[in-house]
Write a new protein. Structure first.
Length: 399
């Protein structure tokens, strides 16, 4: 992989910002055609698919944020000189070829590509068929920016493949795929893991939990639950499950208060057997599978737990490994929860909606990784590099 100078990379990004602004009407028109073909006017998929002036402005801003960040390539991780005189430096280096598979969201076509390119990687973009027109014009913008700066267009490639063709591409890629990121639900992740020959980094599945401790400030609990559930139902950082401790003071009335808030906002409620004794009119959780499910809808599950350990055990068993929250005034209890819950992000008295590259100070993100190798959480610019050892000798040989 040929290394490109930082100035050249940033010039491409400047060109891209200008081109997106100049071609925004074309982009929105292409997206309108995708929306008409999609046929639905609400729901998580629609919310992810739609492009408008605000979304285009967001794309331009995300490119500027990445452009302004330090080049992640060639940074020194460690340096040591051994007693033998051997000089060893460990530096960051590009992955090489990255493939991302995603559904519906054309803004990923910008964010994924800008991060990959600034980190000196080539990227294959496999978007969903529902966003094909939007993705085609956005990649055409990338190609225009690359050519304007004397670079080959193959730094950013759009793959218009059906399921069978995608399967073949994963099994027999035309180049070595160094990192594959499936950004979507369980079926997509399973499909990629089954057929990929390269390293797969899992992203996108939420199913986030919140635990209300007996020592919770219930006003904070209501505010956080409301935001995490209803702010953006299509986000993988949206809240799906609320566990309420049975020892919470005035437990029954607080459950009813939470029910009232959710009903006012037309959030569907499902409850476990324990909560059903109080909220008798709500539907019961049909089975264990519901606890594993990411809703991506105005829907929430309410369950009762007996103590902190029970809450931790339930979250670790059922959650998607993304984000989890404890609402409590007890800082020691919060720390115990945050240490023992095995999620990419753990929160004390704050909404899961902050699990986002921009909100966490990472900037644009390729995805939210729920894997532990090579990185967990928002996958930003600094995480799209690997490393390489530079070893300097003067005729050194190993005895």
């Amino acid at each position: 992989m040929k290394l490109i100078k930082t100035k050249v990379k940033n010039n491409v990004l400047k060109s891209m910002m200008k081109i997106l602004d100049l071609r925004r009407k074309e982009i929105i028109k292409a997206n309108k055609a995708d929306l008409e073909a999609f046929g639905e006017t609400e729901g998580a998929m629609y919310d992810r698919l739609i492009l408008n002036d605000k979304k285009v402005d967001g794309m331009i801003l995300s490119i500027k944020e990445v452009m302004d960040q330090e080049d992640p390539v060639g940074q020194t991780i460690s340096h040591t000189v051994l007693d033998s005189g051997l000089d060893i430096t460990n530096k960051t280096a590009p992955f090489g070829n990255i493939m991302i598979i995603y559904e519906s969201r054309p803004d990923v076509t910008i964010e994924a590509a800008v991060l990959a390119f600034k980190a000196n990687n080539k990227i294959f973009l496999k978007g969903g068929k529902e966003a094909i027109r939007s993705n085609e014009i956005l990649v055409a913008c990338w190609h225009e920016a690359l050519k304007e700066n004397g670079l080959d267009t193959n730094w950013v490639e759009l793959l218009n493949l059906d399921r069978k063709e995608t399967q073949e591409f994963l099994k027999n890629p035309p180049v070595q795929l160094d990192l594959i990121v499936p950004r979507g639900g369980e079926k997509l992740i399973a499909f990629v893991k089954e057929h990929a020959t390269g390293a797969v980094l899992v992203s996108g599945r939420g199913n986030n939990f919140l635990y209300v401790s007996p020592e919770a400030d219930f006003e904070i609990a209501k505010k956080v639950i409301l935001n995490a559930k209803t702010d953006k139902i299509s986000g993988c950082n949206a809240l799906d499950k609320v566990l309420i401790d049975k020892k919470l003071p005035d437990y029954e009335n607080k459950l009813k208060e939470l029910q009232h808030i959710m009903k006012e906002l037309q959030v569907e409620i499902v409850v476990d057997d324990e909560v059903s004794n109080i909220l008798k009119e709500e539907s019961k959780i049909p089975g264990e599978d519901t606890w594993f499910e990411e809703f991506l809808a105005m829907k929430i599950a309410l369950g009762a737990v007996d103590g902190l350990d029970a809450a931790i055990d339930k979250i670790n068993h059922f959650s998607g490994g993304h984000s989890a929250v404890i609402i409590t005034k007890n800082k020691e209890e919060a720390l115990e929860f945050m240490e023992q819950v095995d999620n990419a992000a753990v929160y004390h008295n704050a909404s899961t909606r902050f699990t986002d590259g921009g909100q966490m100070g990472v900037g644009a993100e390729l995805a939210i990784s729920t894997d532990k190798l090579h990185h967990r959480g928002p996958l930003g610019l600094k995480q799209l590099v690997t490393n390489k050892y530079y070893v300097l000798g003067e005729g050194h040989i190993r005895e």
